[in-house]
Design a protein around this ligand. Structure first.
Ligand SMILES: C[S@@+](CC[C@H](N)C(=O)[O-])C[C@H]1O[C@@H](n2cnc3c(N)ncnc32)[C@H](O)[C@@H]1O
Length: 297
């Protein structure tokens, strides 16, 4: 990393039909696994184990599976796995990963339309995907609207078997502000990102409205989405590192340059360690992510 030439490379939009609105996962797919790790696997397995079918006989869908890193953690423990992924680049990485494994099927397409028969799955997992579905705009009635998230929930309900579970990993609004150290560098960006995430209370309502029962939450407080890369003080100066958190792709050129200047100054004047320590004290209390889970009756 050369501190004098920070990489201001931005994510670009390419094929609008097969990429998400604000992050170009075709660009990111090649390096995604360097800056993101699956978290909360024991929590996911506990929720899946709460259904009547033993894990080794279950059929489970990973909705928005990305490069398939979560599926790789479940492989060998769950009978049959399916991954559905919209983006071409991410889907290709996942498909290659499981090319020789007939127990894992990867398909390309949107999770708002699930081409599966009713009552196919014992469980559906969905990790850090739903903020890509809706912009969180205020509708005519004055409430934040999540039409595509609702569509996904209806589809998930349809393809789950009775007693099947929907296990979603998201971040609460407070986790957004205090669970990622760099959020303090780009507060206006986080303000724009947060409305894309239904609050935890809103998730509970969406579950209920769709017909799910037994709402529960779980927080993997000690795990971070970026794994060993998380506390790299010079991380924000690298486009590949920033690609590990889609908030950065909502930053304007000006906001990005400001964040890069702040990091560079903190590295030069020696104040970065204290800044990280202060930010980490907040994250240690609340974690980065929350699982929201409920069951089809
Ligand atoms: C932050 S990544 C998470 C990937 C993976 N679940 C993980 O935990 O590593 C978000 C993923 O959601 C995918 N995605 C966004 N909108 C989607 C949609 N409508 N249908 C399927 N996948 C979608 C993106 O292409 C991207 O791979």
């Amino acid at each position: 990393m050369n501190l004098e030439t920070p990489d201001l490379g931005r994510s670009r939009q390419t094929d609008a039909a097969l990429t998400t609105e604000y992050e170009d996962y075709d660009d990111t797919s090649g390096s995604y696994d360097n800056t993101r790790v699956p978290i909360g696997v024991p929590i996911v397995l506990d929720f899946l184990a709460s259904t009547p079918t033993t894990l080794s006989e279950q059929t489970v869908l990973d909705a928005g599976c990305g490069t398939g890193s979560c599926l790789a953690e479940l492989r060998g423990r769950i009978g049959t796995l399916h991954g559905r992924e919209l983006n071409t680049g991410m889907q290709q990485v996942a498909k290659k990963r499981f090319a020789d494994d007939p127990s894992v099927q990867i398909e390309q397409g949107s999770i708002t339309e699930l081409p599966f028969a009713d009552e196919t799955f014992d469980g559906i997992i969905c990790n850090q995907v739903l903020h890509h579905l809706d912009s969180g705009k205020i509708d005519d009635g004055g409430t934040v609207d999540f039409p595509n998230v609702n569509k996904f929930f209806r589809e998930a309900f349809r393809v789950l078997r009775p007693n099947g579970v929907l296990v979603i990993n998201t971040s609460s609004h407070q986790q957004h502000r205090d669970g990622f150290w760099w959020a303090a560098l780009i507060p206006e960006v986080i303000d724009r990102m947060v409305p894309r995430f239904p609050s935890i209370d809103r998730f509970e309502k969406i579950f209920q409205q769709t017909g799910f029962v037994g709402f529960e939450t779980g927080v993997p407080v000690d795990e971070v989405l970026q794994g060993e890369q998380y506390l790299r003080p010079e991380g924000p100066l690298s486009a590949a590192w920033r690609a590990g958190d889609s908030s950065w792709s909502l930053a304007t050129e000006e906001e990005l340059a400001q964040a890069v200047n702040t990091v560079t100054a903190k590295l030069e004047d020696g104040s970065m360690a204290a800044f990280l320590k202060e930010r980490e004290q907040l994250r240690a209390k609340i974690g980065q992510t929350t699982f929201v889970v409920a069951r089809k009756p």
